[in-house]
Design a protein around this ligand. Sequence first.
Ligand SMILES: C[S@@+](CC[C@H](N)C(=O)[O-])C[C@H]1O[C@@H](n2cnc3c(N)ncnc32)[C@H](O)[C@@H]1O
Length: 330
Amino acid sequence: MSTAPPTPATQSSDGARSLANRLRKNLRHLTRWVQREGIHCYRLYDADIPEYALAVDVYECDVRRVHVQEYEAPKTIDPDKARARLQEALPVIAEVLEIPREQLYLKVRRPQKGSAQYEKLGAQGNFYEVSEGGNRFLVNFEDYLDTGLFLDHRITRSLLASLAAGKDFLNLFAYTGSATVYAAAGDATTTTTVDMSNTYLEWAGRNMALNGFTGKPHRFIQANCIEWLQQAGGSQRYGLIFLDPPSFSTSKRMDGTFDVQRDHVALIASTVRLLQPDGVLIFSNNLRRFKMDRGAFPDLIIEDISRATLPKDYERNPKIHNCWKITREP
Ligand SMILES: C[S@@+](CC[C@H](N)C(=O)[O-])C[C@H]1O[C@@H](n2cnc3c(N)ncnc32)[C@H](O)[C@@H]1O
């Protein structure tokens, strides 16, 4: 039996070495910013080297945990080669980030349509607490494709907090309610959180409670937002609304489909009906080729804040989301 120590993963091949170098370079580049801004969860690597088509997100929880998403290789790439590269990449990531393999979680991201993205992968039920912008959130690395916190919207969430004081806040397609937590922390008078999924709505309630926001001012509504918007009448109006729909949505609970490009005009129009005259709507989505139909809204001021809401750790991928500040013409 050999007594030689195992070869460090970073020394195993040219490819592994360049991946390690890139991870180290990005760490160096981001560390000062992360420390200065008090950021605990950030994207370290996003397919910077095309052969290693991964997104690597670092979460400083109880210990450092790392969420790795493998982008599905294009058909032109030999699947055996892609698998071999991934097998090579994982120990490199663990080594550079100085974590044991159990703190690294791997998911494969396929282009998804409909609700598959939000379905359950497992049932480990392990939730960890992370902090962002002075608020606390529960994340889960095993049971779903996403962790519960979309890191690309960090700045969008703090924008919502800065606009929320004294407002009634409405969060549509709310997912785990992270934007609601920020709005409540920014002194919103009331919050209303709407999502179709009971699982995510419950998670939103736990995130709110973790930050001390419970009781009557905070409503949680399980509904299809498209139908809810059509029925939401009465006199209730909101001073601040966050509308962050998926690019596509179909569900057993829904008739028909939702396609953000096709349906954004109707969606924005029915949301604006619920705005107070001086209210602000922040609309965003993740469709890379999204085109806002400005001509459809002659009475609205539509400001593209995609660039202003792009965090430093996503600068290499500026199309990660598009984001718009929408108000009425005075
Ligand atoms: C925030 S959206 C999409 C987030 C991000 N913009 C993206 O595209 O990945 C995800 C949430 O929308 C919810 N959702 C999808 N379709 C819905 C619908 N028609 N009505 C209400 N919630 C819906 C899902 O349950 C999930 O919590």
